[in-house]
Design a binder for this molecule. Structure first.
Ligand code: HEC
Length: 189
């Protein structure tokens, strides 16, 4: 009897302390977070490329700012939702995918879709939203066939990313994803 009372209280407490996020809301939150990171990066890199067409200035920007920018966007999202970038072949080992990322990316690469992909595994505490990224001409300056990459950019890649696997892509190739992770339950403030 006492046990049932305790269990009942536990449920009551958890209901009081947490808010459940429905899938439709999660999709929307994920989309907004992905847009925030994607459009900022694209804008900053395009501006840097316009100033210095070799790509050296832009690559310095990516090297110094890509991860801190991701962190600051996560902070501005209030820490309930997290965005990051990953790929099947990564440049920065810090962007290495997990098993779910790999499975989803293989599927995206196969289908060549440009649509957002919603991942909801009942065993997982968070939803995920994936935005597939494809190689556009500007990406080739840093991710294209090595022979076409400016020697100065190649030099930076060698120094900063000795384990780089993110070259030799062609126009239109699947390059990777932006992922947003949204918890299914958030604590009530
Ligand atoms: C000026 C050079 C430059 C250009 C142009 C560029 N990238 Fe990158 N990219 C980088 C660098 C440097 C990193 C590693 C950033 C880091 O340290 O996190 C990177 C990382 C990434 C990642 C994260 C996964 C990984 O490999 O570490 C993705 C995804 C990505 N780039 C996609 C693109 C796409 C798509 C484009 C074109 C729209 C593009 N990049 C254009 C330099 C560039």
């Amino acid at each position: 009897m006492l046990i049932w009372l305790a269990v009942g209280m536990l449920f009551a407490c958890s209901n009081d302390k947490y808010k459940t996020i429905p899938p439709e809301l999660a999709k929307d939150m994920g989309k907004k977070a992905i847009m925030a990171l994607g459009s900022t990066l694209l804008q900053e890199v395009s501006q840097a490329l316009a100033k210095d067409t070799t790509g050296v200035g832009a690559i310095q920007y990516c090297n110094i700012h890509a991860l801190p920018l991701t962190d600051s966007i996560n902070a501005s999202l209030g820490d309930t939702i997290r965005v990051r970038r990953t790929a099947l072949r990564v440049r920065n080992p810090k962007n290495t995918p997990d098993d779910i990322d790999v499975k989803v990316m293989q599927e995206l690469q196969r289908s060549q879709t440009h649509d957002l992909y919603f991942y909801d595994d009942p065993n997982l505490a968070e939803y995920r939203v994936y935005k597939p990224l494809y190689i556009m001409s500007m990406c080739l300056k840093c991710h294209g066939p090595v022979d076409n990459i400016h020697p100065a950019v190649q030099q930076v890649l060698k120094e900063k990313y000795p384990q780089d696997r993110a070259v030799d892509f062609e126009l239109g190739d699947f390059r990777g994803v932006i992922v947003a992770e949204i918890p299914k339950k958030v604590p009530l403030k």
